[in-house]
Design a protein around this ligand. Structure first.
Ligand code: NAI
Length: 503
């Protein structure tokens, strides 16, 4: 099979909209070597964007990131334009204007009368339907989505979105072109949120749900997802950075677009912040307080008690085997227990188990061990320095201090979560995996593209499906089923694709 080639580098790329995204996309195309036309209907906006680009590229030259010559050549390829008709000769027009369907439709219908019939059209829209944007064209097949991430010159991902009528040749050319520009390009069918904005919803909403249910404070949950989950930023700090209003609006749009599918249900805690004007860093307060003199928030850590000297390990620990090795290396005597029992560490009358999605209280009742403590998932048990623990209701009041002392011997700090099903890292990871699986199930993208999109678009430490497979898809399904049993609202129902893949 011959691969569709990218647009040749001497082909002109036009960008409409010289705001945050348009300027960034123009820079990406010019850096790759294309002549670039930049148009904005606001007087002087295209020129101002080029001046800002000059300043920003000069800083990169000073820091030795690019040569002065590369900067000069890049800027020489950029031409600001005064009217839409100036874009007539472009081989590709990428639109990055105001997020308004009627305005976008009108820009593309005007372009259809001025550009050549072969000119490819792309929209950078985050939330509008690509099918709807193309619907007013005589030839809707020439238009597709090219969804870049902010800042476009830095973020690696470009989602290429096929509308209902987009021609496959157009999609393949855009994919090849984005790759030629150094991007990780993935193909997605036109559905609300495309890949990243759909699959990432639970990263925010699961933590907000645990917080709303008083499972833990925000700084503790952020620290757990960062330290144990190896996510680049905790969800509370991240949404403060994005803007609570922006993040909530995406959640609300996605939720409404999927006809109130509970999987996408936004958080009332976040809505309250937005109502109160606590929009995050930009307003000085969000989940955190950024004002001068504000008290910083730190994660809570359990004060360790007397460390146990030995422990018994039942069953097959699998994923968390490195914990046993760390504890053994720290001088704890590890004795093998019953290999046929469910995997657990027992010491000082405590039973420590990896969360399987039910609460510690339910687990204690099922196993008959009143002093049950569940520990959370970690991305890498060999290196994690923090772990969440949840005790069963009615367990010995000293149990958490003893468990924290055990883990402290291996250099791991423990944070207390009130008895939350699936704790925090586990429930977040299984939901990300479930939503990625469901995107694959609904034909939005391939499993490989779902993983690539999430890694390149969000810098998660692993793709959600890849991570689920490391964990074992049977475990993912079991945890989701337990969460569904706990909440009974359909939010955690298992994607049919996961069931099929695990079978
Ligand atoms: P922005 O507000 O920074 O820039 C939009 C620019 O378009 C402005 O300079 C405005 O003057 C110009 N404009 C508006 N109507 C126009 C028209 N009819 N003709 C020509 N120019 C026009 O907006 P931003 O953030 O760059 O967003 C643009 C698009 O990119 C939107 O569709 C948005 O959904 C999408 N997007 C935004 C991301 C972000 O993080 N800001 C990320 C990915 C996509």
């Amino acid at each position: 099979m011959t691969q569709t080639p990218p647009l040749p580098l001497n082909a002109t790329v036009a960008v409409i909209g010289a705001g945050t995204m348009g300027a960034g996309i123009a820079q990406v195309a010019a850096a790759a070597g294309h002549p670039v036309l930049l148009y904005d209907n606001r007087d002087g906006a295209a020129e101002a964007a080029l001046t800002a680009m000059n300043t920003q590229l000069s800083r990169r030259v000073e820091r030795g990131k690019i040569t002065d010559e590369a900067k000069t050549q890049l800027l020489a390829r950029m031409t600001p334009c005064q009217k839409l008709a100036d874009l007539a000769q472009a081989a590709l027009v990428i639109e990055a204007i105001v997020e308004d369907l009627a305005v976008k439709q009108s820009v593309f219908t005007s372009l259809e009368t001025t550009c050549t019939p072969d000119t490819l059209f792309a929209s950078n829209s985050s939330s509008l339907s690509i099918t709807a944007i193309a619907s007013k064209l005589n030839d809707p097949g020439r238009l597709a989505g090219m969804h870049f991430f902010n800042p476009a010159p830095v973020m690696k991902l470009c989602e290429v979105i096929a509308g209902l009528e987009s021609r496959s040749h157009v999609i393949d050319t855009l994919l090849a072109t984005a790759r030629n520009w150094g991007k990780v390009a993935v193909r997605a069918n036109n559905t609300p949120g495309f890949i990243v904005n759909r699959v990432a919803r639970p990263y925010y909403t699961e933590a907000m749900k645990v917080y709303e249910e008083a499972g833990a404070d925000i700084a503790t949950l952020d620290a757990l997802l960062k330290d144990a989950g190896q996510f680049p930023m905790g969800p509370f700090a991240l949404t403060d950075l994005i803007g609570q209003d922006i993040n909530l609006a995406v959640s609300q749009t996605v939720f409404a677009s999927y006809y109130q599918d509970r999987r996408f249900e936004p958080s009332l805690v976040q809505q309250a912040l937005v109502e109160g004007g606590l929009l995050g860093r930009k307003s000085g307060r969000g989940f955190y307080d950024y004002r001068d003199g504000a008290e910083p928030k730190y994660p809570l850590t359990i004060t360790p008690g007397e460390p146990p000297k030995n422990m018994i390990v039942d069953g097959k620990p699998g994923l968390w085997q490195p914990l046993i090795e760390r504890l053994s290396a720290a001088g704890i005597t590890v004795q093998p227990g019953d290999p046929d029992k469910p995997a657990a560490m027992t010491c000082e009358g405590l039973s420590l188990k990896l969360t399987g999605g039910c609460t510690a209280t339910t687990q204690a009742r099922r196993s008959g061990d009143p002093n049950t403590i569940l520990f959370d998932l970690a991305f890498d048990y060999a290196s994690t320095d923090r772990l969440a623990l949840s005790p069963a209701d009615g367990s010995n009041p000293e149990a958490m201090a003893t468990a924290a002392a055990l883990f402290a011997e291996a250099g791991i700090q423990c944070s207390h979560l009130d008895d939350s099903p699936g704790l925090i890292v586990m429930r977040t990871v299984v939901m990300l995996c479930n939503l990625a699986a469901d995107a694959v199930h609904k034909g939005v993208c391939s499993a490989e593209d779902a993983d690539n999109a999430m890694k390149a678009g969000t810098n998660y430490p692993a793709g959600p499906i890849e991570w689920g497979e490391r964990l074992g898809l049977k475990t993912v399904i079991q945890v989701l089923n337990e969460l569904e049993e706990h909440y009974q609202d359909g939010r955690y129902r298992v994607s049919p694709w996961l069931k099929r893949r695990s079978a």
